[in-house]
Design a protein around this ligand. Structure first.
Ligand code: NAP
Length: 480
């Protein structure tokens, strides 16, 4: 795999002592270091309130990396060289402490990036302090984590807080789904092959299913999740982004604003979702598993741990082709996929007894990344023409061998920040449009009729979600 090193940089990670930094950001950076993508002079500066010095921070990193990058740190020489480039500053985002030392530590004439791996309530204070203390200039980049707001109004406030100090071309709003190899491959499949695009419309596609299923529940983060729910936590951002990439028109070029303009047009084409096309669910206790409520801290919580929607994209390409979205916790398996279900052949020349299955293109994102094309062929052997469905499978790990050892989403996205490439980040207007659409669904939740239905742990979700499909004469693909 060809590795193109990025230019020299100083990367400041706010929230360096937190969960995300420990599990994803530092291990990811170390993998890029091992891959030779980071210049040996590049520096990482951890920042959080915890009062420790750089040496103590590096000691704590040795412990966390032993947990989250166990294999990688076996290369002890490389790991020590990586650690030598890491500093730490105790800083209070909302106070004065630490800002002057940070400004003094940053080098002139290298790229400066500030990763805000902290809660959104302190995005504004950090942005302001960065500029006030001359840590950031017009060439600096600021990266913000999800959640980007909990509704349109709060997202607009966050946008205003960031834009008061940074221009839109400096702001990188992370949706880590966009950093996944397969998600980008979806664009390659569509726009680098002549095969699919002529069929990619309502005339040939019956419907699209997008599933993000998790087998784990909310244990450990019930308090946070209860204020959010599946609609805010998953649909408004991740599922919406996947829908956009399936439904968008070809951008004029693979360039940040061209791609984001097309995604924005999709979001603006989404129809208002009527109540009958919304299913909410909450997992109950069963089979030795605890219920959602057990972990939510609120015994009468009506937050949904599952949501399914039937969504229409009102434009020429997609008129009449529904997109079914579903996501939930504590389901049968951990599986994320986009299934593009083609229409059945209009007529079977092989007789009525030979019902021809429709072709399907399945893009798997989790647990393994890959693509499957379901084709119909003749059942092998003598005895006439009987049809059978076979999957043409391409699991990237198998098909590409070593070349499939690609960076995970966070690694790729951080390198894109240093390169100044915003293609895989959400633009402010995109996020606001997504909230405008999500808000009209969330508003319907407060109506009694949309109380979440209970579903069994390790099931496929509430009965109502099966009914949502049956009503249209369709069925969900199995979660496996
Ligand atoms: P966390 O474990 O609670 O860590 C928060 C970090 O922020 C800590 O390092 C904390 O350190 C620091 N912090 C808090 N207040 C601060 C202040 N006033 N000034 C400076 N530093 C401060 O949270 P997390 O799970 O890492 O999540 C961080 C962000 O990423 C959140 O917005 C979260 O929604 C998002 N996110 C997390 C995940 C995940 O898997 N964890 C996934 C997607 C998105 P001190 O206490 O030492 O100050």
């Amino acid at each position: 795999m060809q590795i193109i090193p990025v230019d020299d940089f100083d990367l400041v990670i706010f929230g360096a002592t937190g969960d995300l930094a420990s599990r994803k950001i530092f291990p990811g950076l170390f993998r890029r270091w091992l891959a030779g993508q980071m210049p040996s002079t590049s520096r990482i500066i951890g920042a959080a309130r915890t009062d420790i010095d750089s040496a103590e921070f590096r000691t704590s990193l040795r412990e966390t990396m032993a947990k989250f990058a166990t294999k990688e740190i076996e290369d002890t020489e490389a790991f020590e060289a990586f650690l030598a480039n890491i500093d730490y500053i105790s800083i209070d985002a909302t106070g004065d402490k630490g800002w002057k030392p940070l400004a003094e530590l940053l080098r002139p004439n290298v790229i400066r990036a500030f990763y805000l791996s902290v809660g959104p309530s302190i995005f504004g204070a950090i942005a302001e302090n960065l500029v006030q203390h001359k840590c950031a200039d017009r060439n600096s980049r600021i990266v913000v984590e999800k959640p980007f707001g909990r509704d349109l109004e709060s997202a607009q406030i966050l946008n205003a807080e960031l834009r008061a100090h940074f221009k839109e071309d400096q702001i990188y709003r992370i949706d880590h789904y966009l950093g996944k190899e397969t998600v980008q491959n979806l664009m390659a499949i569509r726009f680098a092959n002549a095969l699919f695009e002529p069929l990619w419309n309502a005339q040939h596609i019956d419907h699209v299913q997008i599933t993000v299923a998790e087998d784990i529940g909310v244990a450990g983060r019930g308090g946070y999740y209860d204020k959010s729910g599946a609609m805010r936590d998953m649909v408004q951002n991740h599922l919406m982004q996947l829908l956009c990439l399936v439904a968008m028109e070809p951008p004029s070029q693979f360039e940040a604003d061209a791609v984001r303009d097309e995604k924005l047009k999709v979001i603006r084409s989404l129809a208002t979702v009527p109540r009958r096309d919304i299913v909410r669910g909450q997992y109950r206790a069963g089979a030795g598993e605890e219920s959602y409520i057990t972990h939510s801290e609120n015994p009468s919580s009506s937050t949904e741990s599952y949501v399914a929607l039937r969504v229409e994209v009102e434009n020429w390409r997609w008129a009449g082709t529904p997109f079914y979205l579903r996501t939930g916790k504590r389901l049968r398996a951990r599986a994320t996929e986009i299934a593009v279900m083609f229409k059945e052949p209009p007529h079977s020349i092989f007789g009525k007894e030979n019902k021809l299955p429709a072709n399907a293109l399945i893009i798997h994102l989790q647990p393994d990344e890959g693509i499957t094309l379901n084709m119909t062929i003749k059942e092998p052997g003598p005895g006439g023409m009987r049809m059978m469905e076979v999957p043409l499978d391409m699991t990237f790990a198998e098909a590409l061998g070593d070349a499939a050892d690609f960076p995970d989403a966070y690694e790729r996205l951080i390198m894109d920040v240093i390169r100044g490439n915003q293609t895989l980040f959400m633009r402010g207007d995109e996020v606001e449009a997504a909230w405008t659409w999500a808000d009209q669904i969330i508003e319907k939740f407060s109506e009694n009729a949309l109380k979440p239905s209970q579903y069994d742990p390790l099931s496929s979700g509430p009965e109502e979600s099966l009914a949502l499909m049956h009503r249209d004469g369709r069925r969900w693909r199995d979660i496996e």
